[in-house]
Design a protein around this ligand. Sequence first.
Ligand SMILES: *Cc1c(COP(=O)(O)O)cnc(C)c1O
Length: 355
Amino acid sequence: MKLLERARPEIAALQPYASARMEAGAASIMLNANESPWPGADVAFALNRYPDPQPAALRAALAKLYAVAPEQVLIGRGSDEAIDLLVRAFCTAGRDAVAIAPPTFGMYAVAARIQGAAVIEVPLGPAFELDTDALLDALTDATKLIFVCTPNNPTGNLVPMPAIRRLSDALRDHALLVVDEAYLEFAEGAPSAASLLRKHDNIAVLRTLSKAHALAGARVGAFIAAAPVVELLRHIQAPYPLPQPSVDAALAALSAAALAKTDTRTATLRGERERLARALSAAPYVREVFVSAANFLCVRFRDARAAYRRLLACGIVVRDVSRYRALENCLRISVGSAQQNAALLDALARSEIAA
Ligand SMILES: *Cc1c(COP(=O)(O)O)cnc(C)c1O
């Protein structure tokens, strides 16, 4: 695969660490990993064995959920780990670069800077649309990764599939287009870029169980890409990336019954999002509510700092994104339960009267 020549040669050539767990999965007497023969002294369930690095059952369940093949899935410690692995695998410090389209998720630039990679910033347009022409113009020979977030955090808008296809075509063999779909479940009917993998092998997709599947505390994410790219990241992933309780929690969350419940809850949140957006749009203290396909709203207030402080005084914390490019006076508000959203509106309305 030609794109792999764009990875760091020393990483591509690296012999991955072979863990004891990988060499012999489950014999009846396991004396190869210096584990305790007993479960912990005071635990409800046994954790004395090292976990499977990539549990086949979880990989199969995630592959089914995202409609790809198991070998196209790398399970990791949330999407955050995949972002870190990507920049470490592709970017040589002091030489290579990643491209991002701000305002967007902060981890891409943080991971790049930790690795010593340059960050090329191509701002989103006035309606937060991806400027594909400007993005392509800005790319250098040293650009290895392009991060696109859809729905975008913190603005909430979707990136249309034709833009993703066009970028992928233009980057072929030159750079990996990483499409972060952390919130795609909330964008009703929106297709995943994973559906393009067959024809576009330089696309990678980040999915996570942290948002719609309510497992942020378990730290489970799926990196989806062509099998050789998945294999490359395994060269540098920690030997035992997935704690067993997290694997068990993820498997439970992917049962048919749990998935049906998640679908219902996701639909409920979408309804709450629209209700909250309408209420906020009509409020005198709000300038603008941006259209969102995610489980949050990006809201421009007349005075974001005052709104933030008043909410905090009522015990409600939201995310101040006003320091982001083009988001002056904006707060990012996660859509909560009907009761929480009502409390938010109430707190804002009451402080308006007080003001
Ligand atoms: C929340 C979020 C993630 C998920 O990160 P995890 O490490 O999987 O919890 C990824 N990308 C974006 C844009 C997010 O907002």
